[in-house]
Design a protein around this ligand. Sequence first.
Ligand SMILES: *Cc1c(COP(=O)(O)O)cnc(C)c1O
Length: 429
Amino acid sequence: MNTSLSQNIFSAAQALMPGGVSSPVRAFKSVGGQPIVFDRVKGPYAWDVDGNRFIDYVGSWGPAICGHAHPEVTASLQEALEKGTSFGAPCQLENKLAEMVIDAVPSVEMVRFVNSGTEACMAVLRLMRAYTGRDKVIKFEGCYHGHADMFLVKAGSGVATLGLPDSPGVPRSTTANTLTAPYNDLEAVKELFAENPDAISGVILEPVVGNAGFITPEPGFLEGLRELTKENGALLVFDEVMTGFRISYGGAQARFGVTPDLTTLGKVIGGGLPVGAYGGSTEIMSMVAPAGPMYQAGTLSGNPLAMTAGIKTLELLRQDGTYEKLEATTKKLFEGILQSAKDSGIPITGSSISAMFGFYLCEGPVRNFEEAKATNTELFGKLHRAMLERGVYLAPSAFEAGFTSLAHSEDDINATLKAFQESFAEIQK
Ligand SMILES: *Cc1c(COP(=O)(O)O)cnc(C)c1O
């Protein structure tokens, strides 16, 4: 595979931007080798600047669930573009996307749009505190809620990959109110509530973890959190920035039948443009300015381009059979991956739900971040490179979930599985 243009561009980027990238995990640090510089994306494919084509399982880290540059999304964006890119004033498209989100997501009666998942999580924490009058929050090890100070504690994802338990520049005073527990461990949460009576505003989590590889909630875990928060006068918050409109149309909360008090969204609801959102009951959301006293604002929030891409994406997703198709595609892919690892005698464990999957190169089970760390990261680096050379683009980290889309065809899955078969055979030598 010739990647000389990618290499030249990335070398030049190193002097221009820290690490040559706009977001850390893109730099391939944890899998070794040089990153691929993309030129364009379409459907399930990405093309690099050297003209190589890859079947893409990153999907821009989640948004591309209908496939990249879906013709209906780009057509509606072109139309919207003619009317201007940002109003800084109310626009009817906000009502439309808000109605769609409220209809779909069980916990959401009212929503506020922002520009990223990070922003949504920052705002929701402020709202948790404003509503309860309490400062502490419980998060789980390996869950990522964006890069705001309060959440950069045992934060999984890129933070895990780089081996940064924390980040310099985050004051102790900021994280002093962030309590952490192992995922799937109700007892630990119970203890934290007992040790901090009337001080915990709530519990925030990824209802299915996509930022520590892929970890699913054990039966009773989400239900248990629902009960514990209620008993302790605290709020339950699902960070569905990744799982929203992906685990099901109504997110993980619809799939698992547990309704949190507040929900954050992002990724899919922006259809590839920068969007985040947070929402909940009318009572709680009425705390947010200007309806209430909790301040939060945004110059580009709710802009017509982002709203348009989100609306069109959700319209495509709510058609009949969409999630059945995504589930079947992902299941076939995931089971094929497990089988080909086993054929090569490589230990593997993992799971898939709807349009998300993840695997660890170890025996398992993996129920929390500590257990996830047993994965063979060195072997994963080799696998990643071997797959790249066979035209398959996996997330460049052993601690990221994989994403499928409606655009991934039977042929794409078969080609991907052939590449896995060959790659596992190659790396076990
Ligand atoms: C991606 C992600 C975020 C952060 O969203 P950005 O748009 O990258 O700021 C927050 N929470 C979860 C669960 C995510 O997957």
